[in-house]
Design a binder for this molecule. Structure first.
Ligand code: FAD
Length: 395
């Protein structure tokens, strides 16, 4: 139904990023404005948030990404501190098994470099020799490996849907309006975003617009005439049954780019294309199982010989929102349309970054600056200048 209205803040997209911004803003004692979150699909069936591998790590090469995940970790470990409603907090079922990055000779120098950065920030990580890899993880074939980096605490995986619903419930309890609808236009007036238009003909005037549209972020930025280098790219997740238990195995990242981790008694695996692998822009979520047979399974069985007898239970596809400049988030105001804020381009690590980015944009809207963690390095300015932030640990 078409209706017109006013808000102080309109957030486009109500999955993990939009809901985190709304929740942290609404929870601030110094902000009492009207927040409207507009979401085109409240089932979240096709959102990246619900299709993700839902894991969190501290093993980044960029100090800012490490600090961002640290706050994500605090929320995942202690949802009761942030998401309690009526005495109840969501159970996000955090499995803290760590990440294990494996390296051949070619990747060892990068592994050691990242290790030094991480240790300088007190991240609990260990570098393992091939002999140590074999001792700790006897199921790994370490013949072609030169080393590994193991996270000892603060890394693992959790229930993304429970976290999302926790944020949404908390946002509602704080008075956030969650509206079903599709934003199709942004009206600019005097160099500002003045209103958003919905496909049902509604128009909402607003002081702030937040782009939290995930893989559709460039489409939304385009409504304000802005080019955003964020592209929807398909990533498969395979749900596997194996004839052996690897025990409390970490999320293991193979040098081939393939990763796997336990999921209850079964396993999840996936990969991101490397080098010249085709990686077209698409919103399509159809699953191509042939890639599993030809590419993924052989690599898994090479690394874990017991995976030779895997069974594919299920598979799905989700969309990475790839920032083609540098695979890092784009966060904060557009340099000339200052009341249009980005929270986009997370390139496969947005779930764990949602709490810090939500808190950061809430600070920005309420006070005009970042208070707890300076996110300005992630600003849009670097896109205009073509200056990437190099993150070496992209999964
Ligand atoms: C296979 C896979 C594995 C991943 N693994 C991890 C991981 O292990 N750890 C991690 O941290 N991250 C991971 N990610 C990335 C993470 O899931 C995303 O970065 C994060 O969920 C992005 O959240 P979002 O809210 O920005 O986007 P989304 O969850 O996609 O939400 C965007 C929302 O905006 C809505 N929307 C879009 N356009 C409009 C419009 N015009 N009007 C109204 N609503 C609109 C959409 O319906 C959608 O609900 C993974 C992603 C995939 C696909």
């Amino acid at each position: 139904m078409s209706e017109h209205g006013r808000a102080d803040v309109v957030i486009i997209g109500g999955a993990i990023i939009g809901s985190a911004v709304a929740t942290f803003l609404a929870a601030r004692p110094d902000f009492d404005g009207r927040i409207v979150v507009v979401e085109r699909d409240p089932t979240f069936r096709t959102s990246s948030t619900t299709l993700s591998a839902a894991s969190i790590r501290l093993q980044f090469s960029t100090p800012l990404n490490i600090e961002i995940s640290r706050f994500g970790l605090e929320v995942v470990r202690h949802p009761e501190r942030f998401l309690t409603v009526g005495g109840e907090a969501p159970d996000v079922d955090f499995v803290e098994n760590g990440y294990l990055f494996l390296a051949t000779d070619a990747g060892l120098a990068t592994l050691e470099h990242n290790h030094a950065v991480q240790r300088s920030l007190d991240v609990p990580v260990d570098l393992l020799t091939p002999a140590e890899i074999r001792r700790r993880f006897p199921w790994i074939n370490a013949d072609d490996l030169a080393g590994a980096s193991l996270g000892l605490a603060g890394e693992g995986w959790f229930d993304a849907y429970a976290l999302l619903q926790g944020f949404r419930r908390r946002a509602r309890s704080l008075g956030v309006m969650q509206r079903v609808g599709e934003v199709t236009g942004i009206d600019l007036e005097g160099g500002r975003a003045a209103a958003v238009r919905l496909s049902d003909g509604s128009r909402i005037e607003t002081d702030w617009v937040v782009n939290a549209a995930g893989p559709r972020a460039a489409e939304v930025a385009g409504m304000a005439g802005i080019a955003l280098p964020v592209r929807p790219r398909k990533r498969f997740v395979y749900h596997l049954e194996a004839p052996i238990s690897l025990g409390a195995a970490p999320l293991t990242i193979d040098p081939s780019g393939i990763y796997f981790r336990p999921e209850g008694p079964a396993y999840l695996a996936g990969y991101s294309p490397r080098g010249d692998d085709p990686d077209p822009d698409t919103l399509d979520l159809a699953v191509d199982e042939s890639r599993f047979e030809s590419h993924v399974w052989p690599a898994l069985a090479h690394r874990v010989p017991a995976f030779d007898r895997l069974r594919l239970l299920d598979a799905w596809a989700g969309l990475y929102e790839v920032n083609t400049l540098d695979h890092n988030a784009i966060v904060g105001p557009h340099p000339s349309i200052r009341n249009l804020l980005f929270a986009n381009g997370f390139s496969g690590h947005g779930l764990q970054q949602a709490p810090a980015v939500g808190r950061g944009l809430a600070e920005w809207i309420a006070t005009g600056r970042y208070e707890s963690l300076d996110l300005s390095r992630l600003g849009y300015e670097r896109i205009e200048r073509g200056e990437p932030i190099l993150e070496l640990n992209v999964v």
